[in-house]
Design a protein around this ligand. Structure first.
Ligand SMILES: [Zn+2]
Length: 457
């Protein structure tokens, strides 16, 4: 069979079986799996394990210190191995009354499918299985080896995935990896991404007294926790946005010429962002274009995500707060390391007179990205161009974070994100939905990638 005949048969199989794929997705979405509360997690791991087995994979549930990982594998004709990273856990459905149909029941309205996790990430799990089923049907068997890592703590920041990978390096060995998210952008162009920023999330805590006090009594003679924390925060970042932690920028790798070329080809969404968020300006006087795109993903940041202290109800209360807390995240770029930044933050506070400020570590992941010139990147782009018949948009790195570091640096895999979402899909929000056409295209893309990958040497 010629390649184009194979692809045509793959397309036919997918179109004829869409209802079955939707049925499978309904089954998976019908099983809650909220990692934040633990609701349905173990039942869902078993369901995913059963689904992999029903598709002919050797599947097992592997324990971790947290929620279990479902691991599946099947050998194929070539000795190349493609690994799929996915997650079966979902975000909490709340607020419940904002849903137009029950979140754990797949509901079809028009050409959209609604449910918690229907895109993130159960739609991706089923799209991979469906794409592979199409390839198997047409080619008689899998043309390459396939492995699945489907974890249950992605929505918690994947706290146990690094040790899982270190413990199972042999088992997980592969040649390339398809990541769990992606889809089309506002214009309908397929969008692939090659990396993610890292993150360090901390809570900074000032405690100045055992109880709140009357401000008339102590305002002139008692320390104030809210002021302590405000001053400490101010020491971290200048008015010009420069982060003042000694050594913070030491390991920042500047984008290459090639990165800037790729950024220049990305759509300019500056005007859209300003409109959508009602901004009257961007930081640093940025207006748009490549400079804005570069700053958005290649600059590390320090964000105050929340601040709480003292009285916040209506009217006045004259009080000195005994405690103040701020939630702060640092988005990190290659080659910054969250553990190292945490140490430097401690040193910074100690050396600037804020050794009384407590740091509570809430989590961290390292930044990582795949070389845009890796042949696997071109393979996924070519496959997307064929499926979507539009130029594929490639992001060298995105601003968000995820656990791709151990896949790229420990398993040494090129990792490309490709998926079934679109920007209006309400991921993490009420009425999360998948457009059936995006689902079908994501299934086709998965199948085309597998077919092309099996021909690489
Ligand atoms: Zn998510």
């Amino acid at each position: 069979m010629t390649i184009s005949a194979i692809l045509k048969d793959i397309d036919n199989y997918i179109h004829e079986n869409v209802d079955d794929f939707i049925h499978e997705l309904a089954r998976l979405c019908g099983q809650p799996s909220v990692s934040a509360t633990g609701m349905g997690i173990h039942e869902c791991a078993h369901l995913v394990n059963d689904m992999l087995a029903a598709h002919g994979y050797n599947s097992e549930i592997i324990r971790t210190k947290g929620n279990p990982v479902v691991f599946g594998r099947q050998n194929g004709h070539s000795d190349k191995t493609l690994l799929f990273y996915l997650h079966y856990d979902v975000q909490p459905p709340e607020p419940m009354d904002a849903w137009e149909s029950p979140p754990f029941e797949l509901s079809r309205r028009g050409e959209n499918l609604y449910a918690r996790g229907v895109v993130d990430d159960k739609g991706h799990i089923v799209a991979r299985l469906a794409g592979l089923a199409a390839v198997r049907h047409v080619m008689g068997d899998l043309p390459c080896n396939v492995k699945f890592v489907i974890e249950g703590e992605e929505e918690l920041g994947s706290p146990n995935i690094s040790p899982f990978i270190e413990d199972n390096k042999e088992k997980l060995s592969a040649d390339a990896c398809i990541w769990e998210f992606g889809g089309v952008n506002h214009e309908g162009s397929p969008t692939l991404s090659l990396g993610m920023r890292g993150i360090l999330y901390v809570e900074l805590i000032a405690k100045t007294a055992s109880i709140d006090a009357h401000s008339g009594l102590g305002g002139s003679i008692f320390p104030n926790a809210a002021w302590r924390l405000v001053w400490a925060l101010q020491s971290i970042k200048d008015l010009d946005e420069r982060i003042n932690i000694a050594g913070f920028y030491d390991n920042v790798r500047l984008p290459s010429k090639r990165d800037l070329e790729i950024l220049a080809n990305l759509p300019d969404d500056g005007a859209q962002l300003r409109e959508m968020y009602g901004l009257d300006h961007f930081l640093h006087g940025l207006k748009g274009g490549t400079e804005l795109k570069k700053a958005a993903v290649f600059e590390p940041s320090c964000t105050i995500c929340g601040f709480g202290s003292g009285y916040q109800g209506p009217g006045s209360k004259t009080v000195i707060p005994a405690e103040a807390r701020a939630k702060v995240d640092f988005r990190l770029v290659p080659d910054q390391d969250p553990d190292e930044i945490l140490k430097k933050l401690r040193q910074h506070l100690d050396s600037t007179g804020f050794d009384d400020i407590e740091i509570q570590y809430n989590g961290g992941t390292r930044p990582a990205r795949t070389d845009p010139d890796h042949p696997f990147v071109q393979l996924t782009i070519d496959a997307a161009n064929k499926v979507y018949r539009r130029d594929t948009v490639v992001a060298p790195i995105i601003g968000g974070s995820g656990p791709n570091y151990p896949f790229i640096h420990s398993l040494k895999l090129p990792v490309v994100s490709a998926g079934v979402g679109y920007p209006g899909g309400n991921i993490h929000a009420p009425n999360e939905h998948l457009r059936i056409n995006d689902f079908v295209q994501g299934i086709r893309h998965t199948a085309y990638i597998v077919e092309a990958f099996s021909r690489t040497d």
